[in-house]
Design a protein around this ligand. Structure first.
Ligand code: ATP
Ligand code: MG
Length: 567
């Protein structure tokens, strides 16, 4: 039998006003409803209601991880420096890493993620191909010294993550472990009642190839993504690709140079010639590992230097300075064109073979028109480097993409052999020779999911949890009179006996108005009120989400509520 939680004893002090430092809805409501309290910047204490929600999410995650055959372990959060030094991440993580020393001067870190340590555990435990594949996970506290720990538990400096790691001997095996995780994540987020999209991502500091993010659309999100209105495609804005579609360029006239005085910018050029900016070709000069490189994009688009850097990594991309033009008379600032240019030329796929452009003529105050890609200049490399805009075509169906904000709730990576190479993780293969192991790593922000769910489900009255995640199945409210309190407590006990998780508001000296407001704020999905008709044994059941109300006898209420829970 479940216990009845009495509101008179519950440590959850609700607040009428938003905390002064709160910017996001989930931050405000989780504090106001008494779920969490701020201990310090990015450090949160979970009070009883919050801990229940956190545990409910962990339970769903655990069940689905177990269902794909992953085994739960628990590794330390306090970790020695050496493995992270070997992988290079001791330095790569920079200021994000919490570093500390023990009494003997030994250096440690608080784990931001655990690839290194899991690799070492498997190296110790698995010696033969027969020991693999293996998938391991933990639900554990992670530490990152985030630059801007705002938004409550959405971005903590200490937070709960489910991290798992797969170990396989073949690429096919890795693809399979990855696919298993992907399906488990879909089940987890569906059970949590989260609206989410799976988007392809650029894997960044983790290294490795295939990687996808699970994004929960929400105004409070720090990620921007594009979404196809037909549901064909979603992607992180950094990962959006534009199809390269060559066109027939035979009909274009010959290249023609034009006298265009004082037109060093796209705006001045477009106005002078009376053409749209999109007909011009803008050529940005950058240095890639010190070598001057031109990047061509339509004149109405911006180059996303971050994206360019991601594509060219580990090469370093820098903007050119005046000094770079010294001794290079062929590079005419403001009048650069790809035709005859003797530097590496990278272009956006919109600059497709056969397209014609107005662009610089590599002479001061001069431009050229009918400059045709593939005829007058060649592109060395196509890369998606423009800033994505609302209305850009969906690469699948062509419909105008929508730009939105989202919270990253999960991330899955096919890491490959990066960490196995670092730690020489080999197992004895079928032929008796050592085989290098290949890895995947997979994260879910468990504490972040609490806030993401709150963001997506809350309304003006407060939190509004899906049943499986809610801190209770039903919130019984006694309007105030002795008889009403007696009935409320009695029904609460019967509901608990039937296996429901019950919160009962039997507080004396608290007005019914305050109790109703608190019930709405706390967000348990069903609210059962012992009010006006208590003497007749009639209660009112209110659905927190829809606001629908219905009068029921005690027996009916118990039957109805038990059915919703066992359904
Ligand atoms: P972000 O881009 O939001 O900083 P990340 O890409 O660095 O996140 P991962 O390394 O992929 O995060 O970590 C796995 C998951 O852990 C993320 O998908 C996210 O849900 C969660 N997470 C990461 N950082 C935090 C944080 N500071 N607070 C709460 N959850 C976090
Ligand atoms: Mg991530």
């Amino acid at each position: 039998m479940s216990q009845v939680q009495r509101m008179s004893r519950l440590m959850a002090k609700t607040l009428r006003d938003d905390p002064a430092d709160a910017e996001t809805l989930s931050h405000k409501l989780l504090v106001r409803a008494g779920y969490v309290r701020r201990t310090s910047a990015g450090l949160w204490s979970w009070l009883p209601l919050g801990k229940k929600v956190l545990d409910n999410i962990s339970r769903v995650v655990r069940e689905e991880m177990d269902a794909i055959g992953a085994q739960e372990v628990l590794l330390p959060a306090l970790l020695p420096k050496e493995p992270y030094e070997a992988s290079g991440r001791w330095d790569e993580y920079g200021d994000l890493l919490f570093r500390l020393k023990d009494r003997k001067g030994g250096e440690y870190l608080l784990g931001p993620t655990h690839e290194e340590i899991f690799t070492l555990v498997v190296k110790d435990q698995c010696t033969s191909y027969k020991d693999l594949p293996v998938m391991l996970y933990q639900i554990q506290t992670k530490y990152r010294d985030e630059a801007r720990p705002r938004s409550g538990v959405l971005r903590g400096r200490e937070f709960q993550m489910k991290d798992s790691y797969s170990f396989d001997t073949t690429d096919e095996g890795l693809a399979e472990s990855y696919a298993l995780h992907r399906v488990a994540y879909q089940k987890i987020f569906a059970r949590l009642g989260l609206d989410y999209r799976i988007v392809s991502a650029i894997s960044g500091a983790m290294g490795g190839s295939a990687s996808e993010e699970f994004l929960a659309p929400a105004a409070a999100g720090e990620d921007t993504f594009v979404d196809c209105p037909n549901g064909d495609y979603a992607a992180n804005t950094e990962a959006v690709t534009f199809a390269l579609t060559p066109v027939d360029g035979a009909a274009h006239g010959a290249l023609e140079e034009l006298d265009t005085p004082d037109t060093p910018t796209i705006e001045t050029l477009a106005a002078f010639l009376g053409v749209p900016a999109s007909a011009t070709l803008k050529n940005l000069l950058v240095k890639v590992d010190g070598e001057i490189t031109a990047v061509g994009v339509p004149g109405d688009r911006e180059v996303d230097l971050g994206k360019l850097g991601e594509h060219l990594a580990p090469a370093v991309v820098e903007l050119v300075t005046a000094e770079d033009f010294e001794g290079r008379p062929e590079l005419v600032r403001g009048y650069v064109g790809p035709q005859g240019l003797k530097v590496r030329y990278i272009a956006d796929p919109r600059v497709a073979p056969g397209t014609a452009w107005v662009t610089g003529a590599n002479k001061a105050d001069t431009h050229a028109r009918n400059v045709v890609c593939g005829r007058d200049f060649e592109v060395d490399e196509y890369l998606d480097v423009v800033v994505v805009e609302e209305g850009d075509p969906c690469p699948v169906c062509g419909a105008g993409l929508k730009l939105g904000r989202a919270i990253e709730i999960g991330h899955i990576f096919q890491l490959g052999r990066k960490y196995a190479d670092t730690f020489q993780l080999d197992v004895l293969g079928q032929q008796g020779k050592p085989v290098r192991v290949t890895m995947g790593s997979y994260g879910i922000g468990v504490s972040r999911a609490v806030a993401a769910l709150a963001e997506q489900t809350a309304d003006e009255q407060g939190l509004c949890w899906p049943r499986e995640i809610a801190p209770a199945d039903v919130h019984v409210v006694a309007a105030g009179k002795a008889l009403q309190t007696e009935l409320a407590v009695d029904v609460a006990e019967q509901l608990a006996a039937a296996g429901l998780r019950v919160l009962v508001d039997e507080r004396a000296g608290v007005s019914p108005g305050v109790k109703f407001t608190d019930a709405e704020l706390i967000g348990v999905p069903q609210i059962l009120v012992a009010g006006r008709r208590s003497a007749e044994g009639v209660l009112e059941l209110k659905d927190r989400r829809t606001g629908e109300r219905e009068e029921l006898t005690v027996a009916e209420a118990i039957e109805r509520l038990t059915a919703t829970v066992t359904a």
